[in-house]
Design a protein around this ligand. Sequence first.
Ligand code: GLA
Length: 387
Amino acid sequence: MKMRELILFVALFTAFTSFAQKTPGLVPTPPLGWNSWNKFGCNINEDLIKEMADAFVQNGLKDAGYEYIVIDDCWQVARDSKGKIVVDSVHFPSGIKALADYIHSKGLKFGIYSCAGIRTCQERPGSNGYEEIDAKTYAAWGVDYLKYDWCNSSGIDPVKAYTDMSNALANSGRPIVFSMCEWGNSRPFTWAQNVGHLWRTTGDIQDCWDCKREWGGMGWVTILDMQVGLEKYAGPGHWNDPDMLEVGNGHMKHHEYVAHFSFWCLLNAPLMAGNDIRNMSDSTQNILLNKEAIAINQDKAGIQGSKVYDDGDYEIWSKPLSNGDIAVIFFNRNEQQYDFPALWKKAGIKKNMKVYDIWQHKEVGTTKEMQTVTIGGHAVQFYRLSK
Ligand code: GLA
């Protein structure tokens, strides 16, 4: 057995007997919440995070099922002489425990960020070599969720690094959701089922349709294309993560955000809002708070939707639901509106079914009656079909 295979074997064995058994049922459905990165980057502080917790309650996110408030990079500045992480006392003067307590007082859960590398992506101290002490610190603060990044990791084995933190969390004395942010480099979906609860499948999302940044960031349609074939790796307790939402961040049109959100629901993606939820337009609220769309994401069978038809500009995706219903997305990638044939059979529909439109919030016909489907440019029709 080669060294890498041996490490993989030991890591998977240890993970299987520790983490998975100690944290059953933490995320039976994909986690829902908010993360500071997409909108605020490093411009974060405790007042901002507390205002987000208030907004969760006031603006209906909590009622719609959103639960986790996650601070991303930039809350940490150094390590003390004992190796304990030091919080940025200028922006978080009351400390992280007080912030976690505030978020818990609203009936919400609290998440934090670190990195499996030596330093985080914003050059703050990473957790490599400090897994045990960091996990214990998080547990003492009341952390419920850890996003764990992959910057400054050259020469580090991903299986070992993520398994080390997974075990440290399992030994921390507190159930903590482990969100692996390794960007899909080592195909974590093939090895991380018993290491983490969710794993990023790609590089960073950007607030655009299919743009590609030189440094690796990309639009949501580019990310969507990279999810094909990954559906078999996800299920209750272990989810593919195509990255956080960009809905409401201002660089796309309403129907493009509707399409982005519809797909993230169908893919069983973690729904982590990435906008300023204190000030949301009606359009953004209507998208993020669509309980019928969220119900597709939170269906207890946990079957990730998949692409069932591809004709270039026109795609059909479908997802079987626990009660026998089927969720279907008809997707028009072109900028022009078209009438497409409603190929119900491709989506697994053999008998006549009722068609409920998830964005119009009403029944619009039956599969027998609907032979074509009109889809605007860069848009979707998102349906729930039932007998
Ligand atoms: C990486 C991650 C992002 C974000 C930043 C923070 O790029 O993939 O989601 O956490 O780091 O620095």
